[in-house]
Design a protein around this ligand. Structure first.
Ligand code: FEO
Length: 398
């Protein structure tokens, strides 16, 4: 049985949702599931833009058959070759053997690596066009947003940008398809930020290049490969991408991330959080690094301007979950943040220096104040150090 939706005259969403998968890319928890979007344009020629993950392949193939209504499929535009979008390519080609695959040279290298099949190719490069009747598609390369072969496709007739992973988000669609059918800010923004930060976050300069290309286009609709289709308020999501890809904090606020083996480091962070709140700082978030998936922490790091990182020393090094977070921050090219450090050690407090060394490999990180060292638990006379740290954070937040 099919489940399709017309998004413009003769243009259909033929994707679907996976609510069974626990970990996207076998890494990222997706408690709200995920959508895999694919689109069909019916013109003098018929065009499929990307396929879907194999998990929803059966539904997708029914959708495609229902939309085509017996017509042959002329083109498949492959904007992205990651298997969450290309897994059904081989099966679609088997069903429509005359179809012409449209991609760039890197696309075809990957098709060969994944499928080893003979195909009809149309190799395109930057700004090449394909006319299918009313519709003319222009192809623009978007390397590393999120893989090197990624391209986006602009349809001049509908003024639609098929944006591949860009502007996508975690989360299954619940019958809604368009951004104006959901409360994006309340229901989707956290997942969109987590998706961006963890999937595309490393590639800020490449996202900036894509935004620059997009700024030269008149865009009425953005069709990403995950999440809602944007047909209104496009500036909202474009400005979020602009902010995130420049590594600018989205909001002024303090995220306190702590590791605590027996609760003593946690206690210190509780005191700092309380003092910040009492001083009128509303945006204060507190996370246990051991209990919070690192993708959520990375999302908050992209969200807020200030971080307090607190951890015990472990095997003479950084508490492993905190080390994991710092490694991810380095890998994702986090920059432009203000950070305060706190360490704990019963007999050898050694981790603040090592956390600082990690932070110093990132660009434009300001470390405020001297790290606070706790020996087992906070001494009364160290409350003044916490007051000092809180004052520095407040001053820096102004
Ligand atoms: Fe949704 Fe990079 O794949």
């Amino acid at each position: 049985m099919n489940c399709i939706r017309e998004i413009n005259e003769g243009v259909y969403w033929v994707g679907g949702n996976d609510r069974r998968l626990s970990l996207f890319e076998n890494i990222f928890p997706i408690p709200r599931g995920i959508s895999y979007n694919a689109y069909v344009v019916l013109d003098e020629k018929t065009v499929l833009l990307d396929t879907v993950d194999w998990s929803i392949g059966s539904l997708f193939l029914d959708n495609l058959e229902a939309v085509l209504q017996g017509r042959k499929l002329d083109y498949i535009i492959v904007n992205h070759m990651e298997p969450d979008h290309c897994a059904c390519l081989k099966e679609v080609i088997a069903r429509y053997p005359d179809v012409i695959i449209v991609g760039n040279t890197k696309t075809f290298t990957m098709i060969d690596q994944f499928f080893k099949i003979e195909i009809n190719k149309l190799i395109v490069k930057e700004n090449d066009e394909l006319n299918t009747g009313k519709h003319t598609f222009t192809f623009m390369m978007a390397p590393l947003v999120h893989w090197p072969e990624v391209m986006v496709t602009y349809d001049h007739y509908d003024k639609t940008l098929y944006s591949a992973d860009a502007f996508g988000t975690f989360g299954a669609l619940d019958g809604s398809l368009f951004n104006d059918e959901v409360e994006f800010d309340r229901e989707w923004l956290d997942d969109a930020r987590r998706y961006y930060a963890n999937i595309v976050g490393k590639y800020g300069p490449q996202v900036q290049s894509l935004l620059k290309k997009a700024s030269n286009l008149e865009i009425k609709m953005i069709c990403p490969l995950h999440g809602p289709v944007w047909r209104s308020n496009l500036d909202y999501i474009i400005s979020k991408y602009d902010c995130w890809s420049k590594y600018e904090p989205e909001q002024q606020g303090v995220v306190l991330i702590y590791g605590s083996i027996y609760g003593n480091t946690e206690n210190v962070i509780e005191i700092i959080a309380s003092k910040l709140k009492q001083a009128g700082i509303n945006q204060v978030k507190m996370y246990d690094v051991s209990k919070t998936h690192v993708s959520n922490l990375i999302s908050e790091v992209f969200h807020y301007s200030h971080l307090v990182l607190a951890a015990p020393t472990y095997n003479s090094g950084i508490f492993p979950p905190m080390e994991n977070l710092l490694s991810d921050m380095v890998a994702l090219s986090v920059k432009k943040r203000t950070v305060a450090l706190l360490e704990n050690g019963t007999w050898g407090a050694l981790c603040a220096k090592q956390m600082r060394a990690r932070l110093e490999t990132m660009k434009d990180i300001e470390i405020i104040g001297e790290p606070i060292t706790i020996k087992s638990s906070l001494r009364d006379d160290q409350l003044v150090d916490l007051d000092c740290l809180v004052s520095s954070l407040i001053e820096s937040l102004k």
